[in-house]
Design a binder for this molecule. Sequence first.
Ligand SMILES: [Fe+2]
Ligand SMILES: [Fe+2]
Length: 176
Amino acid sequence: MLHAIGSKKELTELEYYAHVADILENELVQELKNYRHHISTNRFQHCVNVSYYNYLICRFFRLDATSAARAGLLHDLYYYDTKDYRRDYRRSGCIRSHNAHHPHVALCNACELFSVNAIEEDIITKHMWPLTKSRPQYKEGYVIVIVDKYCAALEVIVPKMRMAMRKLRRKKKAAA
Ligand SMILES: [Fe+2]
Ligand SMILES: [Fe+2]
């Protein structure tokens, strides 16, 4: 089963899947499941979430939905714990912040595994804008800027809401 947060659709049965199957099925991309991301999800699921909504929005606006979907899956393709990087950054004070660093690591990793076009490269490297200096060069790059933050917010809020609902249900049952 493969779902994006906030959607019940089985992604492997959609047209979307044909555009990204080679990336999703890659062993090294699958390894992202071992990295925690945004507190309560893993990096693979976050990339799926961003990729799917990137695809839907870009398709709706008749932009390059395929590049948007592929770059969405690759935008956080890095293999270290974000917390560890931030701790080392604070200690040393002389290396790039995580916001500036990880998009370039993700692009290097993506280029080793897949062929990456100019739009995808721009989407991956600028996805942290405006927290980083360079603006996206393509419209698809502005889509991921919004989608990435939207998904991050959902990934934090949805599990908390589910937990609160479960508690409420338990309380109601106990009171009945
Ligand atoms: Fe990122
Ligand atoms: Fe992200």
